[in-house]
Write a protein that binds this ligand. Sequence first.
Ligand code: HAM
Length: 424
Amino acid sequence: MSTPSTFSGPKGIPDYAPPSSAEFVAVRDGLTRAARLAGYGHIELPIFEDTGLFARGVGESTDVVSKEMYTFADRGGRSVTLRPEGTAGVMRAVIEHGLDRGVLPVKVTYAGPFFRYERPQAGRYRQLQQVGVEAIGIDDPALDAEVIAVADAGFRGLGLTGFRLEITSLGDDTCRPQYRELLQEFLFELDLDPETRKRAELNPLRVLDDKRPEVRALTADAPLMIDHLSETAKAHFDEVLGHLDAMNVPYVINPRMVRGLDYYTKTTFEFVHDGLGAQSGIGGGGRYDGLMAQLGGQPLSGIGFGLGVDRTILALAAEGKSAGNPARCDVFGVPLGDAAKSKLVAIAAQLRAEGISVDLAYGGRGVKGAMKAADRSGATIALVLGERDIADGTIGVKDLSTGVQHQVSLDQIVTNVGDLLADR
Ligand code: HAM
């Protein structure tokens, strides 16, 4: 086998390196903060799990399971899969560790990479990043509203405005089976191509999600779940909407919403951004009241969301906004000569000990190159130290936004820099 002279990253997977990684961190942490403010605790789970967990949890008939999983045998011959989503893994952990026997609801949040072998395009990646929450064990419409409001607040906290929340109810065990039959009766009367007809047999709801205009036209008058909800499912949905109104979270009802995962029941929602083209979903989630039992646990309810970090970054860019601070440090040291370098290395350590971020020009660059590096670092202040300054016991402190430089006593430098930064 020949060895390539260079390597490229795997297809369809973004790298986030400085300075753009500042945006990534700001979005991930901003969305996570919204969850923390509502009492969700961090959960850290494996990147891969038993393949059967996703097959059973997410649903064999979904594209995610049937076409998009990264599945392989480990060296012990077990079939494992890189997690395509977070909910099934959380449920597995909750059941395995008996968290569902403690205080309910179990409220957890996670952030990290998920893997789907999709056709890569703008905003659709094979390794995608999500921030998610799950609230397990209590079936209360106020909890549905809380989960949705947390997502809404997370996006707004980043400065995002051009999105809308679409919401619907997918019904429960008492009304969904009848509705499914009703929809099938309607679909079987239509002149559908064989493949779509097969889909109507396996998962009729998915036919409503068909993007082809001819199929859209045929299904325009299809019966909708929202008009056939049981009394309890309807009351639950109305209550969720009431809480959203009370929290001033705007929404539109989209009765034709179809999610890509099979576990959803009752409240189901998506956040859609119009600046993104085809991949417009910046987040989605809903209730999954049958999932725990399906995975061998107690019959407890659950609700959660997954917000797309990559797509939120693109959405912010589409609005001409930025959430991150690309500056790598507050202070940049420019030593002129070896003695100055030793001195600045020591000052840098003192400043860092005070919680001030500092970088230095290394490698004996000339003053011009070093000042350029200072500007690129995004620092607010440059510390310029030459041999003569050391003899005088002073150091140059340059404000990089105004270009104004003044000399400060070397003994005072840590306090002086601290004061300067505090004034900003
Ligand atoms: P999902 O709708 O499959 O839900 O994914 C959630 C979000 O992840 C999407 O709205 C989108 O922003 C982002 N996303 C999905 N696939 C890609 C991709 N290929 N490239 C970039 N971003 C992507 C779930 O995963 C559920 N586990 C959410 C949930 C939690 N439901 C209940 N609890």
